[in-house]
Design a protein around this ligand. Structure first.
Ligand SMILES: *Cc1c(COP(=O)(O)O)cnc(C)c1O
Length: 579
């Protein structure tokens, strides 16, 4: 099956994309997933082009003082050093003004050399006024009005620019989260030709719907963008608001990007089986599928395990299903690769913080966006219990990382509570919080700890992906049964669960279970039966690493969402597709 190399059959839109360490255009899981998706699409030769915003001021750099108080600094980065200029322009209309939009290009190169272009939209042009020039500066910054204008640039500007660069009438649009849903308005206007908005017919909506698919990413209500309709009217004008109304995008007096996307796409999915169920509960009038997230295997497998896989399962880079064969890797080699990863992480922690960790000690990792529902401090609910178990069963080190959004006071408070607990714990349970958690440190951290802890409030974790990264490096998860872990968990085989299986959860049980299993199951196994522990590590790779990766995920998007009737075939072009 082959595609013409210049035409993009799929256009992938995402507010944030994590391309590489030097490009700070993401805040967390959503951006990392988008980057991993594009890396696997490049590996598989999928003819896709991606669109995001430039975020010229980056996401922020985190500084924590001695009490854990977070302050933020803008990240200095220079787009012209890492991106290519694109000589194409378009405009979007905001409050009756023409705002000019251009783009920069980043090329994601796959395993076989196939290139996926990523266009980062930029409004910092001399033709624009100062306020408009800043529209592509800040990721998740500013107020609702700023965000609405950014989403006009992303959705409408992006679709219009891509039209000039590489798409055609057959291109499928993938909305990675609702931020880009206004691209459907751009497509509706294209559909109209010269007709007026009030002349839209069912066939026009159907034509747009047949080309769009939507992935929803969060059951947290604040994660679904809504804008007061009066504001939208000022920004987009009466005619466009009327079109949005007839498109099903106006809900309870607000422009609701999730409703707009649900209404104008032909395929909708949640990002894990459980998240699909939860989303169907939230939006019962829509059929919602699920395609479980993954991570890009060669990006997140550290050098130590990559060397082991190259030796034992050499085709794993081409076909991640081969990770299944990790089942026959000798346990001693798993232990050796893990110890090398652990030492590399500890050296990096010492370089960054001056803190020295002990490689003989059970080390628990917890890192992700610092926000209250993730409950980073759950393990500190009962400090005495924790120190008693460390004294009686075996010592514990806990390594933390994660930024709180600048406006998330609850998230910032969470970091301070971890610092306070550290003061009270002393030496039996050593706690280190590493500042400025981002891609490069995340890769070291998921590989070098002994256990990956995740205890969000259920059912708010749509998928979670950091546990999947840990799995690729043989690090088992200890997690509540939410998101991907509902599917990845086999008790005592791939890791351990926390709390009840019921989707509603039981916060009190989470705490007792966490302590009980750590004390009676996990620590005794780690210290008493190290080869049995290594067996869990190996199963984490073979059972979970082989499945929870973006190569499997992209194949599902291609076959189930983009081209359910089979892929388009362009006979004259050489085969580049491995799917
Ligand atoms: C993977 C990753 C995340 C997402 O972690 P979750 O456990 O899925 O919340 C966030 N930030 C960075 C830097 C990551 O690499």
């Amino acid at each position: 099956m082959t595609f013409a190399p210049t035409r993009c059959s799929v256009a992938y839109f995402s507010m944030e994309i994590c391309l590489e360490q030097a490009i700070p255009t993401y805040s967390g899981g959503l951006g990392v997933l988008a980057g991993d998706t594009l890396r696997s699409m490049a590996d598989l030769g999928v003819p896709v082009a991606a669109v995001t915003l430039l975020h010229r001021k980056g996401y922020f750099e985190q500084h924590l003082d001695a009490s854990g108080l977070q302050t933020e600094r803008p990240v200095a980065w220079h787009p012209e050093e890492v991106l290519e200029p694109v000589h194409a322009r378009t405009t979007v209309t905001i409050e009756g003004r023409e705002v000019h939009v251009t783009a920069w290009k980043y090329s994601v190169r796959g395993f076989t050399g196939h290139v996926v272009p990523v266009y980062l939209l930029d409004t910092n042009l001399p033709e624009n006024g100062d306020w408009d020039r800043a529209l592509t500066d800040t990721l998740y910054g500013g107020d609702d009005h700023y965000r609405l204008c950014q989403e006009i640039v992303l959705g409408m500007g992006g679709a219009s620019l891509l039209r000039q660069l590489s798409c055609d009438e057959q291109t499928i649009f993938h909305l990675n989260e609702g931020h880009s849903a206004l691209l459907t308005l751009e497509l509706l206007e294209e559909q109209l030709g010269g007709r007026q908005g009030f002349e839209l017919e069912d066939a026009d909506f159907e034509a747009v719907r047949s080309r769009c698919i939507f992935t929803t990413h969060t059951p947290v209500p604040a994660g679904h963008d809504k804008f007061p309709i009066d504001m939208v009217r000022k920004v987009l004008g009466d005619d466009r608001v009327a079109m949005l109304e007839s498109s099903g995008g106006v809900y309870e007096g607000m422009l609701n990007m999730t409703h707009l996307a649900l209404h104008l796409t032909r395929f909708v999915n949640g990002v894990a089986m459980r998240h699909g169920e939860v989303s169907r509960g939230m939006f019962p009038e829509y059929p919602i599928n699920s395609i479980t997230n993954g991570v890009h295997a060669t990006t997140w497998t550290g050098p130590e395990f990559a060397a082991l896989f190259d030796r034992r399962i050499p085709e794993w880079r081409r076909d991640t299903l081969d990770l299944r064969y990790a089942v026959s890797i000798p346990l001693q080699e798993i232990r050796d690769a893990h110890m090398a990863s652990k030492l590399a992480l500890f050296a990096e922690v010492e370089r960054r913080t001056g803190e020295r960790l002990d490689p003989a000690v059970m080390t628990i990792g917890f890192a992700r966006r610092a926000t209250p529902y993730k409950r980073a401090d759950l393990i500190f609910t009962d400090l005495e219990r924790l120190t008693t178990m460390a004294k009686n069963v075996g010592r514990i080190q806990i390594l933390f990382g994660g930024k709180a959004h600048p406006h998330d006071s609850g998230g910032k408070e969470l970091i301070r509570r971890i610092f306070a607990a550290r003061e009270q714990l002393g030496d039996l349970v050593k706690v280190v919080y590493v500042e400025n958690y981002e891609m490069a440190f995340a890769a070291k951290m998921v590989a070098g700890v002994d256990l990956w802890l995740n205890n969000p409030m259920k059912p708010l974790e749509a998928s979670g992906t950091s546990g999947m990264k840990a799995n690729l490096n043989g690090v088992p998860s200890f997690s509540v049964l939410d998101g991907w872990w509902v599917e990845g968990h086999v008790e005592g085989v791939t890791g351990w669960s926390i709390g009840v299986p019921d989707p509603a959860g039981d916060p009190a049980r989470d705490v007792t279970d966490l302590y009980m299993k750590l004390e009676r199951v996990i620590l005794p196994l780690f210290y008493g039966l190290p080869f049995a522990y290594a067996e869990v590590m190996r199963s984490a790779i073979s059972l979970n690493g082989s499945f929870f990766n973006t190569q499997r995920m992209v194949r599902q998007y291609v076959h189930n969402a983009y081209f359910p009737g089979g892929m388009p075939i362009v006979p004259e072009v050489p085969a580049t597709v491995l799917i």
